[in-house]
Design a protein around this ligand. Structure first.
Ligand SMILES: Cc1cc2nc3c(=O)[nH]c(=O)nc-3n(C[C@H](O)[C@H](O)[C@H](O)COP(=O)(O)OP(=O)(O)OC[C@H]3O[C@@H](n4cnc5c(N)ncnc54)[C@H](O)[C@@H]3O)c2cc1C
Length: 496
């Protein structure tokens, strides 16, 4: 059953507005508890460490709150949509979820139009993308929920151009942050120690210090922030790691001229524990396909020619293999294995310096196979904006803001973390905190729901809204789901 596009967007926007208002009310309540007599932070200069998605979006937000923003990136940032060393994951499939695109559009209006003009595509998640779930094909209908499909390099380029165009944002490339500078009272961060990539003139080993009223650390999965905090005498945060030992192998193809299919993108989901391998074909700019094979439980997809093709051939269905056999390879096969979910609980550390925030993969890196990373980074930027707006005082920013931001961010991250780690616990070898009974019960519930979603449009749509982070996971227990689920149980349809 096709639904009206306008109606879909209305619903989605309404949901988003409500959720933002609820979060704003909650944040207002927490921020107003700050001691009003404590010294406010000036809003002169903010420094962002890392020029990936989280760093760029943080810089964009900070530009509204600080006179000057400096973003430090250790790589050279290309003028065109092209690869750079600090972003090895950019060679692999990156899709942007609807919620992420909404936040990006809000921060950088016109971005989608730019990207579409440069060859990106908007894929309707169930109209254009054919998805083989563990229980059969996902229903095909026009859902109005769109995935932005293009190379990661193109998205980054679009975001970077728009952020760099802000008059008070300065991108400093080829400089690596090497640590934090403590304020004289030891209670705050007063700047960043940085090291130009090609050496410099100032200080030992070319190191220099850059003063800042606020430092935002967004230097990715391997961020050294725990060490930097320890060097200033602060405790390092506890970490939770859930590792399904999942690997990627990716290759760019030119589709065969004669290729015809009823899909623009194809997703063969893994069905762990028995089928730990999956695959995806995503159209990207330049009329090309990005083809990724994945394998969990340490069953990493091979990166040699014969092994890659064999991996494609032995997926649960032959469709991906058949699609690429006559396609023209456009480059090497590249692998990637650092996919563990890693959550650094900065919100739990007892002492948190003033003038510091951390966001993006530096706080929560997710198994990328669920496509949530850029959206989660965007949500972090949204929280930062709300938090700074709420904590504005006449002389600057109220003390305690960084700590409150980390707490609010932790609450926001909870949903994508639950979705990613919950699914990862389906693999046999997954390492992490022990599986709870509730996880097994949840798997059974989601199985029944996914099965139902292969024949009930409303259920599939709701499931997709949760996966696009437009609704919280609790929405899977709402009346619009429980009704059809109960009916399916009564008629024996939920367990087929
Ligand atoms: C294989 C793979 C596939 C993925 N697919 C998807 C997908 O389909 N959809 C999705 O939404 N997300 C996906 N992700 C996740 C996504 O890439 C990230 O979650 C998201 O980009 C947020 O990253 P970030 O900006 O926090 O970190 P990063 O993207 O890692 O950026 C960190 C930046 O900091 C710089 N840096 C590091 N240290 C320093 C330093 N000391 N000084 C200065 N600069 C420094 C690095 O050079 C880099 O530019 C995928 C990830 C992987 C690994």
């Amino acid at each position: 059953m096709a639904e009206e596009r306008g109606g879909d967007y209305d619903t989605v926007t309404k949901v988003l507005r409500h959720s933002i208002r609820d979060q704003e009310d909650e944040m207002h309540a927490t921020l107003s508890s700050t001691d009003p007599t404590a010294k406010a932070l000036p809003r002169r200069h903010a420094v962002v460490v890392g020029g990936g998605m989280a760093g760029m979006l943080a810089a964009r937000v900070l530009a509204d709150h600080f006179e000057q923003v400096t973003l430090l990136e250790r790589d050279h940032l290309p003028e065109t949509p092209s690869h750079r060393k600090g972003l090895p994951q950019a060679r692999h499939v990156h899709v942007l979820l609807e919620r992420g695109r909404m936040v990006l559009e809000w921060l950088l209006p016109g971005l989608t139009t730019d990207l579409l003009a440069a060859g990106a595509l908007l894929l309707d998640n169930s109209g254009d993308l054919a998805t083989l779930t563990p229980f059969g094909w996902g229903l095909r209908f026009h859902s109005g929920l769109q995935l932005l499909a293009c190379s990661r390099d193109l998205i980054d380029w679009g975001v970077r151009r728009r952020v760099a165009a802000r008059p008070n944002v300065r991108l400093r490339q080829e400089v690596a942050a090497a640590g934090l500078v403590a304020a004289s009272d030891g209670q705050a961060v007063a700047g960043v120690r940085l090291r130009p990539r090609h050496g410099g003139t100032a200080g030992h080993d070319g190191e220099e210090e850059l003063a800042a009223d606020l430092v935002a650390v967004a230097s990715g999965r391997d961020a050294r922030l725990p060490n930097w905090l320890a060097a200033l005498g602060y405790a390092t945060p506890p970490e939770t790691v859930v590792n399904a030992f999942l690997g990627y192998a990716t290759r760019l193809y030119r589709p065969p001229r004669s290729f015809r299919a009823d899909w623009k993108g194809l997703h063969i989901q893994a069905a762990p524990p028995d089928h730990p391998r999956g695959g995806v074909v995503i159209p990207v700019e330049g009329g090309r396909w990005l083809v990724t094979l994945t394998g969990g439980d340490g069953d990493y997809p091979p990166t040699d020619e014969a092994g890659f093709l064999d991996g494609a051939r032995t997926l649960r269905i032959p469709d991906l293999y058949e699609a690429i056999t006559d396609a023209e390879p456009l480059g090497p096969i590249v692998g990637y294995r650092a996919t563990e979910n890693r959550l650094r609980h900065y919100e739990r550390v007892r002492r948190w310096p003033e003038g510091l925030v951390a966001l993006g993969d530096a706080v929560c890196a997710l198994n990328p196979v669920y496509g949530q990373g850029m959206t989660t980074a965007a949500l972090g930027a949204e929280v930062l904006d709300r938090c700074l707006r709420r904590s504005r005082a006449p002389q600057g920013i109220r003390p305690g803001t960084g700590r409150k931001f980390q707490r609010e961010l932790a609450r926001t991250i909870a949903a994508p973390w639950l979705l990613a780690t919950g699914t990862d616990y389906r693999f046999r070898r997954t390492e992490g905190p022990p599986r709870r009974r509730s996880t097994r019960m949840m798997h059974r519930y989601v199985d029944a729901l996914t099965r139902l979603a292969t024949r009930n449009t409303g259920v599939r749509r709701r499931l997709m809204e949760v996966l696009h982070l437009l609704r919280p996971p609790a929405a899977l227990f709402g009346p619009s789901i429980l009704g059809p689920m109960a009916w399916a149980w009564l008629t024996g349809g939920a367990a087929e």
